[in-house]
Design a binder for this molecule. Sequence first.
Ligand code: BGC
Length: 252
Amino acid sequence: MSARGHAFGIDIGGSGIKGAAVDLATGELVHHRIKIPTPHPATPKAVAETVARLVAEAGWDGPVGITLPCVVLDGVAHTAANVDPAWIGTDARTLFGSALGGRQVTVLNDADAAGLAEDRYGAAKDYAGLVMLLTFGTGIGSALLYHGTLVPNSELGHLEVGGMETEHRAAASVKERDGLSYEQWAARVSTVLIGLENLFWPTVFVAGGGISRDADHWIPLLTNRTPVIAADLKNTAGIVGAAMAVAAGIAP
Ligand code: BGC
């Protein structure tokens, strides 16, 4: 199956590999999300096999966009901050392409995919100028979109603010690890956002990642100056952005 105006997106996360066909006119999933547990260890070969299984289960034979939590340049993964180190140097586009029978494949950073989707269909769709999406999870992912155009691989989770990498200070995993209250964690997020807004001056921050579901508990506690809004598409943003990227021929 493949249909005009639809593309298939796959989001590779630490616990699950999720995918669906996406209607590009609306950003909605065409069918329910298919989720397969991420293999452990999540080596390139094991992940590629799981991706092929997922696409076969969906009965999809068209182009596929795929996210990785890595810097991706011309299909090649260059970093592996929170993922199996075997990804570094892997030509992911060729690997997935051959696992999927040689069809068209685009591979991009996970936060970049979420940013594309939130900017077009989600929380930031009515904002102009520079949109900065941050995903708070195991690490911090970032996406920069200027009037809808993605500046890929921004990696602001590794920017030092106040002498510390932002993801070491304020990832959602740090809140959990250190048993921080929302007040304590929001103070750390504010430090990060103030550092970022003083350098980039975005129009808006979009807060994504699982913890954005509880945004009411912590966004009101933030003390930075730029508006912060919760991501809208929640656990489908990566899938939708990956599908957008392959349909648009975006190959960071
Ligand atoms: C990685 C990014 C990724 C983010 C979220 C960071 O540690 O360096 O590439 O987007 O985590 O998964």
